[in-house]
Design a protein around this ligand. Structure first.
Ligand code: IPE
Ligand code: IPE
Ligand code: MG
Length: 234
């Protein structure tokens, strides 16, 4: 089972408590940790968290800085713990707009966990589904220009292989907290056959109990991928 999570509602949750948005982001980080810890026992093999979208650059600079600072701090603090928990960490998205320190932290944790074969943890950072598709198209056109690929060899499988999720495949379920029913540019190519679950609670309230509820709901679903045969979820 691979779950993608759109962690929405941090700001509204904090505002509801009369607190600054930053407080919501900080508590949100605790919920990420909690879900990572709970995932393997629930049968989850991969988790993809939407941490910062290509559109989130439109937010005020202090909020952007806080989000990056929180992420860098977590990466530093949790690297060894994640390695010991056998979690393989990867960042997906674009790296050219990230600061050199952020890229250094990303490289560090990716290298440190490179041999881990437990939970596959993807963090979508400066990620946009449309941006990913543009990067894929560029790779394909470069491959064709370099004579490595013929135009009629372009296939869905080829796109999968050069996509950001080539290592773990598409999400079986995408959960969005915060009450909005949209993907906000998350995993557009990969969500073609994902189950979708929109929950009204805000991300800072999404405890491991909520994750387990989502697993239970998901395992009751029937998936047929357009055919008449039910495909088992695993
Ligand atoms: C999600 O919470 C966190 C990120 C986008 C990084 P928001 O910050 O979008 O919180 P709301 O939706 O404004 O409440
Ligand atoms: C989606 O939340 C992006 C992340 C969770 C990183 P947003 O709050 O940015 O989405 P919109 O603006 O409501 O679509
Ligand atoms: Mg939001």
């Amino acid at each position: 089972m691979h779950f993608g999570i759109i962690m929405d509602g941090n700001g509204r949750w904090a505002a509801g408590k009369g607190m600054p948005r930053a407080y919501g982001h900080k508590v949100g980080v605790l919920r990420v940790e909690e879900c990572i810890r709970a995932a393997p026992a629930c049968g989850i093999k991969a988790l993809t968290f939407y941490a910062f979208s290509t559109e989130n650059w439109k937010r005020p600079q202090p909020e952007i800085e806080l989000l990056f600072q929180l992420l860098r701090h977590q990466v530093k603090k949790k690297s060894l713990e994640l390695k010991e928990a056998n979690v393989r960490v990867r960042f997906i998205g674009s790296r050219d707009r990230l600061s050199p320190q952020m890229v250094k932290s990303i490289n560090h944790i990716e290298n440190l966990t490179v041999n881990c074969d437990g939970l596959c943890l993807n963090i979508a950072m400066d990620y946009g589904g449309r941006d990913e598709i543009v990067r894929i198209v560029k790779t394909i056109s470069n491959d064709i220009s370099a004579g490595k690929l013929k135009a009629d060899e372009v296939s869905e499988t080829y796109l999968d292989c050069i996509s950001d999720l080539s290592h773990c495949g598409p999400p079986d379920l995408i959960i969005r907290t915060g009450g909005e029913k949209r993907l906000s540019n998350f995993l557009l190519w990969h969500s073609a056959y994902s189950e979708l679950s929109f929950v009204d609670i805000m991300w800072p309230e999404f405890t491991s109990k909520r994750l387990i509820e989502q697993v239970d709901l998901f395992t009751k679903k029937t998936r047929k991928y357009g055919s008449l045969d039910i495909v088992n979820v695993s």
